[in-house]
Structures are given as C-alpha cells and as structure tokens.
Design a protein around this ligand. Structure first.
Ligand code: ADP
Length: 371
C-alpha cells in the first residue's frame, strides 16, 4: 500500500511509472515471443538448409543452441537499451508536464494568500500553456476586482467623512456655545444629513447597477412627454441661476419601451450636471430625435466643457474633474456611472462630447425605438 501511494501521489511519478510499465510489458511480450517462437522458426530454417549441412542431429542441436544464445544476448542488450531510453524519455516528459503545473500551483497558493500580482509562467504553447494563459487572465480579473474593491471602500469612506465632519463641527459649536441652537444651525445639520442620505441611495443604486441587477419596469411611453415633464420640474432652478433652458422635440411622438422612472433619473442627472457646470447666463438645450430604429436624446450646454482625457474618465465611479468644485454642489461622481448602466440595461449607450475646456459639452444617449 505504501509503495502504491508513493508511486501514485505525484503526477510526475505516475507518468514515469506508466511509461515504465508500457516499456516493461513490451519487453516481456518480446521475450516471450522470442522464447516460444524462436525454436520453431529456427527449426524450420535449419530443415530447409539440410542439403547444405547434412542430416547430423548433433550439428543441428549445436546450431540451435548457438542461435538461441545469440538471440538471448541481442534481446538482453535491446531490452536494457529500451529500458534506459524509457527512463530518460519518461523523466523528460514527466518534467515537461509537471514543471508548468507546479509553477501554477505555486502561483495559485500565492494568489489564495492575497498576492494578486502573481502570474503563472508558461513556456510551451500546448494545452498546459493555454491553461496557464487563461489562469493569468483570471488572475488579472481578480486583481482588478480587488483593486476596485479597495478603491471603492476608500472612496466611500472619503465621501462619508465630509458630511460627518461638518455635522460634528456644527454639534460641537452648539455644545461649546459658539453656534446658536437655532433654525439656521439645525437646517445646516439637516443639509448634511440629506447629503448623507443621497450618498447612501446613490451607493445602493451603484451596487445594483454594477452587479447587473437593475430592476426595470418596462412599459411603453412617449419620450417627448417625459422630457416636457422633466423640463417643467427643473425650470425654476435654471431660472434661478439665469440659465436659458430650451427644449427641442419632434412633432410626432417618440414611442419607447423602457423604465420611465429610470430614464427620468438619467435625464435629471444630465440636466442637473448641465445646471451645475454651466455658469450663470449660459444656455442648456435638451433634445430628442429618431434616427433609423433608435432614439437619440441629449443635453447640450455651453458651460465649462471637458478635455479629452476627462471624457475618457467621467463614466468611472467617483470620478470628478475638480473634486472641490463638485463637492460644493454635493456631487459624488456616481451619477454618470449609474446613468451609463441604466442606459446599457435598456440596450442603448450613453456618450459625452466636448469641443474642449470652457466650450461646453454634450451628453447624449440612445434607446431602441418602439415602432
Ligand atoms: P457628480 O455628482 O460629481 O456630478 P457625475 O457622475 O454626474 O457626478 O459626473 C462626474 C463628473 O463629470 C462631474 O464631477 C464633472 O466633473 C463632470 N461633468 C458631468 N457633467 C458635466 C457637464 N455638463 N460639464 C462639465 N463637466 C461635467
């Protein structure tokens, strides 16, 4: 039992032993065949040579013995050579198979211990090489997920710190008698609480969106009608900042099959951003049109604009071009990430364009048209 375990507990030994068994069986068959078949074959040949050597039984026996001895000698040399070749070749084959697997096991253990930068090394382009390549891809994915997880915790902690610190200083001010315990102080605390509540709601939405679990309540509706409603709702805020809000819609209805609430959430995010990043006396336009079998809906402003590198990053979660600037307005850099996921879940896409900094920007999304 112990020998069996010793021979089968390692893949390299298994391959080595299996090769030896194959060659061993070959040698045994060869020897048996030679022992059983050779006397008969020799006898036949000697009988054919009788006219040359005469009918001497002694000579015939001598000839038989000599041939048998020579045959045994040759077979022994051949069997030893075959065995040696089998040992060398099977050791090489076993090493070739086992070496990359061992290196992969080492990497797997290191990754399981939390070192996500480790990669498996592969030398050959065979199935094991393919396995190592795919394993490395998986390790890459794990690494980026882990990096994003750590980043997310850092970002959430960072976002929570500001409203919490503000509330704490307001409370301390009241306790120390520096701030009056009146309406203005309480409403400042309430503003921070609202900000916290909004952040928690955004995080909830974000986690749903990123795990692909956005629940959509799909119904058919007219997008024109929704746009008019959203504009009516946000108009006072635009007027307050003296920003001209225009709406341009086609005359015929734009029928879509989508989640009305979610599309409204996207529109409010885009219009809210346009309001925030456009200086007073600027202008913002919201429009929608049908193109082939899609609807294109966008929000264009003549505000602070975006550089090319900023455009590449604005859909990443917690990304803000100017951290301090957005913080004043309460933005946490999650809105566009959620909007992007919502539109994607509807089978459309959300994109941004800008001719450059201080030259305005355009955010637009597509949705399949319901004919
Ligand atoms: P936030 O809550 O910070 O506005 P978003 O995800 O909605 O988060 O936007 C991410 C960032 O994209 C913003 O912080 C801002 O820097 C940039 N951004 C969004 N909309 C505009 C816009 N219309 N003009 C210029 N920059 C914008």
């Amino acid at each position: 039992m112990k020998i069996k375990e010793l021979l089968t507990s390692r893949l390299g030994r298994k391959i080595f032993v299996s090769h030896l068994i194959v060659i061993g069986v070959g040698v045994v068959i060869l020897l048996l065949t030679a022992r059983l078949q050779a006397p008969y074959a020799l006898n036949q040949h000697i009988r054919q040579m009788e006219h040359l050597i005469g009918e001497s039984d002694v000579l015939r026996q001598n000839l038989m013995n000599t041939f048998q001895a020579a045959l045994n000698e040759v077979l022994l040399i051949a069997a030893s050579g075959a065995l040696l070749a089998a040992v060398i070749i099977s050791s090489f084959v076993a090493w070739r198979i086992v070496f990359p697997i061992r290196s992969m096991i080492k990497t797997v253990v290191q990754i399981a211990d939390g070192d996500y930068r480790q990669r498996a090394h592969f030398v050959w382009d065979d199935e094991i090489g393919e396995l190592a390549q795919n394993f490395n891809r998986m390790a890459e994915e794990l690494h980026s997920t882990e990096t994003r997880r750590i980043e997310l915790i850092g970002n959430v902690a960072h976002e929570l710190r500001t409203p919490l610190a503000s509330m704490r200083s307001l409370m301390e001010g009241m306790i120390d008698g520096v701030l009056p315990a009146d309406f203005s102080t309480y409403s400042a605390v309430q503003t921070e609480l609202t900000r916290l509540q909004r952040l928690v709601g955004d995080l909830e939405n974000l986690s749903q969106a990123e795990s692909g679990q956005i629940k959509l309540n799909i119904k058919e509706f007219d997008l024109n009608n929704l746009l008019e409603q959203v504009v009516l709702r946000l108009k006072p805020q635009f007027s307050e900042k003296q920003i001209d809000l225009k709406i341009e819609l086609p005359e015929s209805a734009l029928r879509v099959k989508a989640d009305r609430e979610r599309i409204q959430q996207v529109l409010i995010n885009l219009l809210g951003n346009a309001l925030q990043y456009t200086p007073p006396h600027g202008s913002v336009q919201i429009y929608a049109e049908s193109k082939h079998d899609m609807i294109v809906c966008g929000v264009e402003d003549n505000g602070i604009g975006l550089s090319d590198s900023e455009i590449d990053q604005i859909f990443e979660r917690f990304y803000r071009v100017d951290k301090s600037r957005s913080r004043v307005g309460g933005g946490s850099g999650i809105g566009l990430t959620i909007a992007h996921h919502i539109i994607k879940a509807h089978g459309g896409s959300l994109q941004a364009e800008s001719p450059g900094l201080h030259r305005g920007s355009r955010f637009y999304f597509t949705l399949p048209l319901n004919n």
